[in-house]
Design a binder for this molecule. Structure first.
Ligand code: NDP
Length: 234
């Protein structure tokens, strides 16, 4: 059955791969984008997840054009790396505002329709770094660890209404976000990966589409790492 799916930050990278996978399965799929043109073949809605009014307007536009959101993938995220002592508080705040509060804003905006429908799937994109931590990524790790607390609290709040909330935690995936890492840092990370290689967008897509599938109807509050074993057990 075709569903109404919204993927935030779906203009490129992991979000775009996820959106294309849902659309390929016949779901009516929308992505948020901030600048430029939306990707072809998907409903693009302009949205900055740091702005509540922008999120609410985007969710309303999606509901209007393809029906109330039934599957939300909160994927938009940024990094502003730097040692805590050497970095600006504004960078820390921006990372939390985008990665953690941004996801919470999107959930709030889709909830009224999901509660009315007594059904819904919410998937939050965290990171292996959220549990492992990493030097120079205190802000990012804090935001991504926060998503786990958010998801598990929401699993309690929304479980009785048949809405599942789960977390996917990619490891090291080749996208624009990881392109800027130095070769030295890339080799350091590879040593920490039991499978000794980076992952692809498709590896993450598989986890997200599973959590949105009928087969995952009784899975909520889960933390699903997709990192070739990176951070296993942390
Ligand atoms: P990219 O940098 O390639 O893409 C990030 C996306 O988020 C872009 O579409 C961007 O839109 C959007 N975005 C950023 N800020 C905002 C905002 N304020 N409002 C709306 N959209 C915004 O990242 P990836 O595809 O690599 O990562 C996707 C998610 O997966 C992120 O949450 C990331 O933290 C997580 N992740 C990625 C890993 C990796 O190795 N790549 C590892 C672990 C987790 P725009 O282009 O308009 O700025």
């Amino acid at each position: 059955m075709s569903r109404s799916v919204l993927v935030t930050g779906g203009s490129r990278g992991i979000g775009l791969g996820i959106a294309r996978a849902f659309a390929g399965r016949g779901d009516r799929t929308a992505v948020t984008y901030r600048t430029g043109e939306p990707p072809e073949g998907l409903l693009g809605v302009r949205c900055d997840v740091r702005d509540t009014a922008s999120v609410e307007a985007a969710v309303a536009e999606v509901a209007d054009r393809q029906g109330p959101v039934q599957v939300l993938v909160a994927n938009a995220g940024i990094t502003r790396d730097g040692l805590l002592l050497a970095s600006a508080e504004a960078d820390f705040a921006e990372v939390l505002d985008t990665n953690l509060l941004g996801a919470a804003r999107c959930v709030r905006a889709v909830l009224p329709d999901m509660l009315r429908a007594r059904a819904g799937r919410i998937i939050l994109l965290s990171s292996a770094i959220g549990l492992m931590g990493a030097a120079g990524q205190a802000n990012y790790a804090a935001s991504k660890a926060g998503l786990l607390g958010l998801a598990r609290s929401l699993a309690w709040e929304l479980g009785p209404r048949n809405i599942t909330v789960n977390v996917v935690a990619p490891g090291y995936i080749e996208t624009d976000m990881t392109q800027n890492l130095t070769d030295k840092r890339k080799s350091e990370i590879r040593v920490l990966i039991p499978m000794r290689r980076s992952g692809s967008v498709d590896d993450v897509v598989g986890a997200v589409t599973y959590l949105a599938s009928a087969g995952a109807g009784y899975v909520t509050g889960a933390f699903l790492p997709v990192g070739g074993g990176l951070g296993m057990g942390s």
